[in-house]
Design a protein around this ligand. Structure first.
Ligand SMILES: Cc1cc2nc3c(=O)[nH]c(=O)nc-3n(C[C@H](O)[C@H](O)[C@H](O)COP(=O)(O)OP(=O)(O)OC[C@H]3O[C@@H](n4cnc5c(N)ncnc54)[C@H](O)[C@@H]3O)c2cc1C
Length: 489
């Protein structure tokens, strides 16, 4: 059934006949999601505590092992600060590795995107601390031997066993951080950045020998020995398990195979896959997997795509299936339109908290634009709410751009959600540029009067989503109620 365009706020499409809109201003701070929300906030706090505690521990253990006892003059003080900078820098590197390890605890608390955002933020401080470590030690040792820092660095490189490996490690860290800077990263294909990024593991590995032989970190009987061993072994095992073993197990367990590719609009298509035990993946509407289609020329590219439908596993479906919907935003995604039925698929995931796991309230608002509408469709299908407790706002330049719009309309009817189609050219008003011009002076609150008491899910182009987020905040929605899935990196 074709839905009508919205002429002005207040005109709703897709509601169940006789379905009343949710009353405005109702507060539901208690409810079935309250405990889940408290647990998630607690986990987030625990992560913050663990992060600071690890940094404090790295420094405190050096003190506990008598680090300060060697400081009696300026030369020794410079050397000591250099050692502390190295310990703090290495600790941050391990935290970065753990944030990228896709630990379920981290993913479930803050989501994959926020974990990676924090991972990125630690990059520069970690590098600066490691550079300070090298410079201060070269200065401190040089002062002790009457050499300038450059001559001392050359002497360290040539005379001290394993030290040249520390220099190689530093060069690798610099390469990783520099290629990760946004301006530099955009110049290179994603795969180039990714493979340079893998050098971090090599950088950590080649830094290890000088910590044994020169640093005394692993000296018998010290507390530091156990702390650093735990970090090395713990991070290595977490990475091996969650980044390698789990994806291999999930791929083998679900045996996904492309069933068909369904075109939706120019450059937009759904990929349906069948597989085994897909019931285990139910309830992940809105979350994403990293997909690798094992066909010639495609297998080496891994794409993050969100589910656009909950896995179909009921008795009515002859073969369990799941679905993603893709817009060809680059050469790799465009090639997926030509996938042949029967192509095997490797998966990693599910990841992210763009799902019911992030719910904190009974009311829910879903705002999507372009291809960002498609994960909202899966979320709408699965997330719990009563009639009148959900509002869906879809933005596109035309009705044809409201991908899966007909399915969403049907779901809204079935579940009693309020649906707005926001189509047409952008509003000229900078405050409400995320809305179409036809919305006039309307604001988010005009569409969702009780938005301050709702979880708000937003997915769409980044500039558009930023405007929606800003307006939601202006409307009084708190940070913890806002859930945003980014499709860019
Ligand atoms: C969490 C998440 C969910 C997404 N869900 C959807 C969806 O449901 N539908 C949809 O159409 N698009 C989605 N995207 C965007 C989609 O992943 C990219 O548009 C697509 O991978 C681009 O690949 P490309 O080869 O065509 O483009 P290019 O820009 O040429 O990308 C080249 C390589 O970069 C990789 N790449 C590109 N963007 C990313 C990224 N953000 N993270 C990691 N690797 C990346 C690609 O997989 C590919 O290997 C999502 C992105 C993210 C981060």
């Amino acid at each position: 059934m074709k839905s009508q365009l919205l002429a002005s706020p207040g005109q709703r499409v897709g509601m169940s006949p006789g379905q009343p809109p949710a009353p405005a201003g109702r507060k539901s701070t208690k409810g079935r999601f309250a405990a889940q929300h408290r647990r998630r906030m607690f986990r987030t706090d625990m992560l913050t505590v663990a992060l600071w505690a690890s940094l404090a521990a790295a420094l405190a253990l050096w003190l506990a092992d008598g680090g300060m006892s060697s400081v009696g003059n300026l030369t020794q003080a410079v050397t000591a600060v250099g050692i502390l900078a190295g310990l703090a820098g290495m600790d941050l590197v391990f935290l970065m590795l753990l944030l990228a390890a896709r630990l379920p605890f981290v993913d479930g608390a803050v989501g994959h995107d926020r974990a990676l955002e924090f991972h990125r933020k630690l990059g520069k401080p970690a590098l600066y601390l490691l550079l300070a470590h090298g410079l201060l030690l070269a200065t401190g040792y040089g002062m002790a031997e009457g050499l300038n820092p450059v001559s001392e660095a050359v002497a360290l490189w040539t005379l001290v066993p394993d030290m040249w490996l520390a220099f190689v490690s530093m060069a690798l860290f610099i390469a990783v951080v520099v290629t990760s800077l946004v301006a530099v990263r955009r110049r290179f294909p994603y795969e180039f950045w990714y493979f340079v990024h893998l050098l971090t593991y090599l950088a950590v590995a080649v830094a290890l020998p000088h910590q044994f032989s020169v640093g005394g970190l692993f000296a018998e009987g010290t507390w530091q020995r156990w702390y650093w061993l735990l970090l090395y072994i713990g991070s290595g095992s977490a990475l091996a398990w969650f980044r390698i073993a789990q994806p291999v197990i999930a791929t083998y367990r679900h045996q996904l195979t492309v069933r068909r590719v369904v075109p939706l609009a120019p450059g937009v298509f759904s990929i349906e896959m069948s597989g085994l035990r897909l019931n285990e993946l139910s309830g992940n509407g809105g979350r994403f997997f990293v997909w690798r289609f094992l066909a010639p020329g495609m297998w080496w590219q891994a794409h993050p795509f969100s589910l656009s439908a909950e896995p179909q596993v009921g008795k009515s479906s002859r073969q369990p299936t799941l679905r993603i919907t893709v817009r060809n935003l680059g050469a790799g995604s465009a090639r997926l339109a030509s996938l042949k039925p029967g192509t095997k698929v490797a998966i990693e995931g599910p990841y992210g908290v763009f799902s019911s796991a992030a719910r904190s309230r009974e009311h829910v608002v879903m705002i999507g634009a372009g291809i960002g509408i498609t994960p909202l469709r899966a979320l709408l299908e699965s997330t719990p709410f009563g009639p009148g407790q959900a509002t869906v706002l879809l933005r596109g330049s035309s009705t044809e751009e409201l991908f899966l719009g007909d399915e969403i309309l049907e779901l809204c009817r079935k579940r009693g959600a309020t649906l707005f189609h926001l189509t047409g050219p952008r509003s000229a008003n900078p405050q409400s540029a995320w809305l179409p011009a036809s919305a006039g002076t309307s604001q988010l609150r005009d569409f969702v009067p009780d938005i301050t008491d709702a979880d708000v899910y937003i997915c769409g182009p980044s500039a558009w989503a930023r405007q929606v987020l800003a307006e939601a905040k202006r409307s009084g929605v708190r940070e913890e109620q806002l859930h945003y899935e980014r499709f860019d990196w």
